[in-house]
Write a protein that binds this ligand. Structure first.
Ligand SMILES: *Cc1c(COP(=O)(O)O)cnc(C)c1O
Length: 357
């Protein structure tokens, strides 16, 4: 069966991005963040590519993601941001899954049931989401016995505005982390996410936790993109049709042809992760030629106004770029009014996924 829409995932680019980030952090190491199925691109594929590049520490969000990754990679370190819940301790220990302990009660759970296996500790420095808050940190520093019998690997915190280098919260969080982390008896310190890596060496510590940049998004918004593009999203032209001036196109009749027009109908829709918000806003590329999305993006189909494209360049069956060299995923996300993370993790399961290395 020939696919209507294809997502091409360039694993060589993922590996290049890993090397680039590793170079940038110097003596520190780079962990691969492969939560949410590798930001929608396939955690097993991505993690294997990263492991081949020398990555030995991985972070996921949930215990289930960790167990799935353990089946793929028996040897690497796997850490779980959400931590461990009562009843899960035995499985974590048996499968060598490292929980990120996010509160004093979770620390106590691991101290009692973790059998001395490694764990991480998350200190909140300004995200107010997960991690020990200031009061819990003060308690822990006053009562260091709470850590007896716990083998702490990573002490970590997470930046809220790393993609805004001039935001004062970056320096505040750094100061807070510096005042606490050295007093925690952990093997490694970790602070930066993808954008954090580009805030400078003060933010690197021992281990960066990078997701987005590995997947080819720009971790330095507004600056030249230091990463290699990873994905290309193409849809197939199913039909070319002529519409008269004044005729509407698509649901809601949100586009009305102002002149006699040629419309290409493409087999890609919001069910594949192409955002509805790009109705009458998105663009696609045939070769170097940019063509506008007209009408509403529907579940399975998109309509393009190809009136200005030389007819010889177009035929049913041809693939058109929606994300690719001329329309990088960051640009598509911004135009859609969302963030690159959401575009990546929203890419649909119906897409044919071609992994190239
Ligand atoms: C998702 C996540 C990361 C990775 O962030 P990117 O911006 O994708 O590099 C790092 N640390 C924590 C705690 C996260 O939740």
């Amino acid at each position: 069966m020939s696919p209507g829409a294809v997502l091409r995932i360039d694993l060589a680019a993922v590996r290049r991005n890993y090397r680039a980030l590793s170079e940038r952090v110097g003596a520190a190491k780079v962990a691969g963040v492969v939560k949410a199925d590798g930001y929608g691109l396939g955690a097993a594929w991505i993690a294997e590519a990263l492991a081949a590049e020398g990555c030995s520490t991985f972070f996921v969000a949930t215990a289930d993601e960790a167990l799935a990754l353990r089946d793929t990679l028996p040897e690497v370190d796997i850490h779980v941001f959400d931590g461990v819940q009562p009843g899960e301790e035995g499985e974590f220990v048996a499968r060598r899954i490292v929980p990120v302990l996010n509160s004093l009660p979770m620390l106590e759970l691991w101290r009692v049931h973790g059998r001395g296996a490694p764990a991480d500790l998350h200190i909140d420095t300004g995200m107010s989401r997960l991690g020990l808050d200031n009061k819990e940190v003060a308690t822990l520093l006053a009562e260091p016995d709470r850590l007896v019998g716990v083998a702490l690997d990573v002490v970590m915190s997470h930046l809220a505005v790393a993609d805004q280098p001039d935001h004062p919260l970056n320096a505040q969080q750094l100061a807070a982390f510096r005042s606490v982390a050295p007093r925690i008896p952990a093997r490694r310190k970790s602070f930066a996410n993808s954008s954090g890596v580009f805030l400078g060496p003060d933010f690197h510590f021992d281990l960066a936790r990078t997701g987005l940049a590995l997947y080819g998004a720009n971790p330095t918004p507004g600056q030249p993109d230091p990463m290699a593009q990873v994905i290309r999203l193409q849809g197939k032209i199913l039909q070319l049709r002529s519409v008269d001036a004044g005729v509407s196109v698509g649901y809601g009749a949100t586009h009305r042809a102002s002149r006699a027009s040629r419309i290409a109908t493409v087999a890609l829709g919001y069910a594949d992760g192409y955002p509805l918000s790009l109705s009458n806003r998105g663009t696609a590329f045939v070769g170097e030629t940019e063509i506008p999305v007209v009408g509403r993006v529907s579940m399975d189909l998109i309509t393009l106004d190809v009136t200005d494209v030389p007819p010889a360049l177009l035929a049913p069956g041809q693939m058109v770029d929606f994300i690719g060299p001329h329309n990088p995923v960051d640009v598509v996300a911004e135009r859609a009014g969302t963030i690159t993370y959401q575009i990546l993790t929203g890419l649909g399961t119906r897409l044919q996924r071609d992994y190239v290395s």
